[in-house]
Design a protein around this ligand. Structure first.
Ligand code: PGA
Length: 254
């Protein structure tokens, strides 16, 4: 049985005090594990808010993710943050290869792959983001682009490690735009991603991997998206900034 995992990605929003406030509100809605009916909840917060976020969610079922990290373990990398630093703080997950990191900061499949492996080595669980641009979709290259990013990101990742990897499919044209992929469109790509995982790791492993959808997911469209066979959760930006709307999506996953 694959897990349904609803994750927020706050991006460059919220100071550490704002983060703690929102997480207290969210914790009051989430209540406890039982109330979540098997849904797992993650919040991705900026580096400076991670310590407060971990503290604010102690004793709650909410796990904390970083939104990036270095591919290097330590050393002369001014301004970078390592997987071990995050792990020691109590961070459990890390969002890697987000389309904003790829487009604005030039991250390639090779960089993302190095980060995925560094995260796993340090005991952090990566959320590997993949997704096509609008022109890729319009020129019929959706599967090719997603397949390349998936295989590139997972190069050298073992079958055992896949138990700790989440894949997030985020069509770039749907991120922050208010335009969502229709549930059918999203499901088609999710099914493709699952088939690519079957090719890489075999059926049993691929069936267990949580594949999240991301891109303008909201309480209103979440039920239909999450009802699709291969959509096992969400990675949510805008609608994760407020506890109420994020909880609306969690409730849709129950
Ligand atoms: P959005 O962002 O929900 O605001 O579209 C999703 C993401 O970038 O992960």
């Amino acid at each position: 049985m694959r897990k349904t995992i609803i994750a927020g990605n706050w991006k460059m929003n919220k100071t550490h005090t704002e983060a703690a406030k929102t997480l207290k509100e969210l914790a009051a809605l989430v209540i406890d594990k039982e109330n979540l009916g098997g849904v797992e909840v993650i919040i991705g917060a900026p580096f400076t808010a991670l310590e407060s976020a971990v503290r604010a969610t102690e004793g709650t079922p909410i796990a904390i993710a970083a939104e990036n990290m270095s591919e290097h373990a330590s050393g002369a990398f001014t301004g970078e943050i390592s997987a071990t630093m995050l792990k020691e703080l109590g961070v459990e997950y890390v969002i890697l290869g987000h389309s904003e990191r790829r487009a604005i900061y030039g991250e390639t499949d090779a960089t993302v792959n190095a980060k995925v492996k560094a995260a796993l080595k340090a005991g952090l669980k990566p959320i590997l983001c993949i997704g096509e641009q609008l022109e890729d979709r319009e020129s019929g290259r959706t599967n090719e682009v997603n397949g390349t990013q998936l295989k590139g990101g997972l190069e050298g990742v073992t079958t055992e490690d896949m138990a700790n990897v989440i894949v997030a499919y985020e069509p770039v044209w749907a991120i922050g735009t208010g335009v969502t992929a229709t549930p059918e469109m999203a499901e088609e790509t999710h099914a493709f991603v699952r088939s690519a995982l079957v090719e890489l790791y075999g059926n049993a492993v691929a069936e267990e991997v949580t594949i999240q959808y991301g891109g303008s997911m909201k309480p209103g469209n979440a039920p239909e998206l999450l009802a699709q066979k291969n959509i096992d959760g969400g990675l949510i930006g805008g609608a994760a900034l407020e506890a109420d709307s994020f909880y609306g999506i969690i409730a849709a996953g129950k």
